[in-house]
Design a protein around this ligand. Structure first.
Ligand code: CA2
Length: 147
């Protein structure tokens, strides 16, 4: 699958971005971050589909559907990052490249955020750069696809 299409996945509570905890996650809304991804992707002629869910199984289903529909995935799994082996297993079966993004720097926060169970099955992780991380993730996917 060539990189003509990217799936952007967001996990639980990220639909609340821009409404609470701006000191941690910034003031931008989820829609604005998705727009950032779409703008970066369109510069490379790539289309973007986005899914946000507060339900683990819906994210797993979206990853399964991506196997034949999208060349790459950008995922901010929210708190599922730290314990979802179901999302880990689903990403492991995805044939394209995967970039994990976090707005904050989980390594500088509470101990439970220091572990990502997704990290072993993604190409790389971009954390702590706020919305800039999404543009960087698109550039990473484009670069990986060209190798
Ligand atoms: O820094 C990130 O992007 C996180 O993935 C955000 C998750 C957190 O569990 C991860 O450790 C790091 C939480 C997202 C919750 O987002 C909210 C936004 C506004 C108000 C409340 C929660």
């Amino acid at each position: 699958m060539t990189l003509s299409s990217i799936l952007v996945l967001h996990g639980p509570n990220l639909n609340l971005l821009g409404t609470r905890e701006p000191e941690v996650y910034g003031t931008a809304t989820l829609a604005s971050h998705v727009a950032t991804v779409s703008a970066a992707a369109s510069r490379h002629g790539i289309s973007v589909t986005d899914v946000q869910s507060n339900t683990e199984g819906e994210l797993v289903n979206a990853i399964h559907a991506a196997n034949t529909a999208h060349g790459g995935i950008i995922i901010n799994a929210g708190a599922f990052t730290h314990y979802s082996w179901a999302i880990h297993d689903a990403l492991k079966s995805f044939p394209g490249h995967v970039i994990e993004v976090h707005l904050s720097n989980p390594g500088a926060r509470e101990q439970f955020r220091h572990i990502s169970v997704l990290a072993p099955v993604v190409d790389g992780t971009i954390s702590g750069f706020g919305g800039l991380g999404y543009s960087l993730a698109v550039e990473a996917l484009v670069e990986l696809d060209s190798q």
